[in-house]
Design a protein around this ligand. Structure first.
Ligand code: SF4
Ligand code: SF4
Length: 376
């Protein structure tokens, strides 16, 4: 893969090239003091000099970091999920007419294609998981599939990790190797850029960038390796499925259920959670009705409503459902973990529940029980 050199002053040329191709460019910009994904018009709107700090239940932003860097915030609070798979989607609308009724459905193909600028490697992996679930499964989501097919993905490799990141341990970052159109790595004076698709290669050819020097490429590699080494949190995928399935009746679930308030934040910010519900509505005149699809959460009582009542009435049972599905059930269903190690559920949990710590406690408990059983 040839590596090219994109100086900071050519970032605007890259954005212009994307717009000329008809893309609506979405990227990180500052909104109300937070890096947020929104239309990105010019390179100067990127969060230059913004550094985020994260911890369980905490997210802080400092705006006094070196102004020469645009991607040290690492992760925005909300990820790309809401762009490709919006929280609410109109499925159809029915209007009464003089002759009967008329049904309209939105056409996702009519939307301008999106260029997602600044996708992190773990987030790209989450998109690839959604591709499998929402596009390649037996119940494909047409709107997601259309948006995804048309999208152009610009990855930014991570040269800094948040305290809550653990992508290195689950093999989803801090470097993306495939599945993007372009991948940028931010170094001292600019970006090393590689293409990962024909669309990406074509765009780079148009920009006529110089090749990156060996020193620039080495700096990029070392920065990504440093980001991986700096991660302290780990989630060891080894034996995880059997560990959780083997501990469904553990008292630890009850203990977590006493801390968890069942707010569902973890599912809303998780880039891989994909559950939805369907709701019908109508106007007061009775002339118009509609059906929408909305994100749902396995932390809501209604989510597990089956004729006559909910089958998961306690918070402990709902947390158990979330964690065992994400880390065990997904492996059976989709051949992958449902966690890409972004750490958002840790940051945005109001009581700071950390799934890496909870899994570690299950491992400890399991090891203690096994040791006891081995005693003569
Ligand atoms: S479970 Fe948590 S750490 Fe894993 S992908 Fe979802 S939000 Fe990120
Ligand atoms: S684990 Fe945290 S974020 Fe998730 S439902 Fe419980 S309290 Fe809310």
């Amino acid at each position: 893969m040839n590596a090219y050199w994109l100086s900071r002053d050519r970032l605007d040329a890259l954005l212009e090239a994307l717009k000329r191709r008809g893309y609506r460019v979405i990227g990180p910009v500052m909104r109300e003091g937070l890096p947020t994904l929104a239309p990105l018009e010019r390179a100067r709107d990127l969060p230059w000099g913004v550094e985020a700090r994260a911890a369980p239940g905490r997210y802080e932003v400092r705006e006094d970091a070196p102004k020469a860097r645009a991607f040290d915030f690492v992760l925005t609070p909300q990820g790309w999920k809401r762009l490709l798979f919006p929280p609410e989607r109109l499925l159809f609308r029915v209007r009464r007419t003089d002759l009967g009724y008329e049904v309209t459905t939105p056409d996702p193909e009519a939307e301008p294609p999106l260029a997602l600028f600044g996708v992190r490697p773990c987030e790209l992996r989450a998109i690839q998981i959604h591709d499998r679930v929402l596009s390649q499964g037996p119940f494909a989501d047409e709107a997601y599939t259309a948006r995804r097919r048309a999208a152009f993905i610009v990855v930014v490799q991570c040269t800094r990790s948040l305290e809550t990141c653990f992508c290195a341990s689950v093999g989803t970052g801090p470097e993306a190797r495939e599945g993007f159109d372009l991948a940028l790595t931010e170094v001292t004076d600019g970006f090393v850029v590689v293409s990962g698709s024909f669309k990406g290669a074509d765009l780079l050819q148009e920009m006529d960038l110089p090749e990156a020097t060996e020193a620039q490429q080495r700096e990029a590699r070392e920065a990504v390796a440093r980001a991986a080494r700096s991660q302290r949190r780990r989630l060891d995928p080894q034996g995880l499925r059997d560990l959780l399935y083997g501990n469904l009746e553990s008292p630890l679930w009850q203990e977590i259920g006493e801390r968890c308030i069942g707010c569902g934040n973890c599912t809303m910010v998780c880039p891989t959670c994909f559950c939805t519900t369907v709701e019908d509505g109508s106007d007061l005149s009775g002339r118009e009705a509609w059906r929408i699809q909305r994100w749902d959460s396995c932390f809501s009582v209604e989510y597990a409503y089956i004729h006559g009542g909910s089958i998961r009435r306690s918070v402990a049972s709902r947390y158990r459902q979330w964690l065992t599905h994400k880390l065990a059930g997904w492996q059976d269903q989709f051949g992958t973990l449902g966690c890409v190690g972004c750490g958002r559920c840790i940051v945005w949990c109001p009581v700071g529940i950390d799934l890496t710590e909870e899994v570690a406690r299950f491992r400890e408990q399991h090891a203690a029980v096994a040791a006891q059983e081995e005693q003569p």
